[in-house]
Ligand binder design. Structure first.
Ligand code: PDD
Length: 279
């Protein structure tokens, strides 16, 4: 696989990064994951907007423009022959002697991109529907910043797996925040789509934005507000959204079937429309 590191395209086995990289030592870095369908990037501008915001919140300087980044994304898609999959982009504060203080502003960033060839549209998990369990949300309090500090979400997903589920939904003060790497939704018995409102408690999903627009265009009722685990367990439908999962139905929460225990019609419709608009 060809990867990009600091200006060079090279085989993954030849890529090198300093052991003093702050991404490695302090998780001092941000990332984006962009969907590729039919060889084309989906919502690239939205991902770049969020990248700039993450960098800004962390006071991280970054020299590349969106046009530079678009060229790199496209070149990697070409070199790796990606029809369907993901492009991962990571920017760290660069390499410096280990110190809790940030290095000088002019320290060059480390910029890494790689691709993942994956079948995301035809997904057995989306077809069957995910089983999720709820796990306490023990992440830091700036979940709106897309940092590479992913240990807790990773632990939560492992816990979900050890409990026989596919993913974890994180819970803070009794209310669901989001999934381990996706935004979380329920559909109430009255047919209202509910997802947590934007705040520092969740990542502001790019897919969330697009899917809520689809829901609005379908004239569905939408409520952006926190929902409890109990409300989720008693919902008519549930689903999650992300660049990698698109719209993914959830059919079981904490072992209890959601609705009839099969992917629901609203989730299916949103997945279909989201896909149509993304290609
Ligand atoms: N995760 N919430 C969290 C905690 C996430 O990590 C993600 C994305 C999302 C959905 O955001 P978007 O719709 O912009 O992909 C929500 C990516 C896919 C990942 O870490 O692989």
């Amino acid at each position: 696989r060809q990867v990009y590191v600091n200006g060079d395209y090279l085989p993954e086995t030849e890529a090198r990064i300093s052991v003093f990289d702050r991404g490695f030592l302090f998780a001092d870095g941000v990332y984006e994951v962009t969907l590729v369908l039919d060889g084309k990037l989906v919502d690239f501008a939205g991902h770049m907007r969020r990248l700039r915001r993450s960098l800004g919140e962390l006071g991280m300087a970054f020299a590349l423009t969106d046009e530079d980044l678009l060229d790199i994304h496209r070149e990697l898609i070409r070199q790796n022959d990606i029809e369907e999959g993901l492009v991962y982009l990571q920017v760290t504060r660069g390499s410096a002697d280990r110190d809790f203080l940030f290095p000088a502003e002019e320290t060059p960033n480390t910029v890494v991109l790689f691709t993942q060839k994956k079948s995301l549209v035809d997904s057995p998990l989306a077809e069957r529907g995910q089983h999720v369990v709820t796990v306490e949300d023990l992440r830091w309090r700036r979940c709106d910043i897309k940092t590479v500090q992913l240990l807790y979400p990773s632990m939560a997903k492992m816990e979900a797996k050890s409990r026989g589920a596919d993913d974890a939904w994180l819970v803070k003060d009794g209310y669901v925040t989001e999934g381990s790497s996706n935004n979380a939704y329920i559909v109430t018995p009255e047919g209202t789509v509910v997802t947590r409102d934007l705040s520092t408690d969740i990542l502001h999903g790019i897919t969330r934005e697009a899917v809520l627009q689809c829901a609005e265009d379908l004239q569905l009722r939408i409520e952006e507000r926190p929902f409890t685990v109990e409300e989720a367990e008693n919902a008519a439908e549930a689903f999650s959204t992300s660049a990698s999962g698109l719209v993914s139905p959830v059919v079981r929460i904490n072992g209890r079937e959601v609705g009839p225990g099969r992917p629901g019609p609203i989730a299916a419709r949103l997945r279909q429309i989201y896909l149509e608009r993304s290609r």
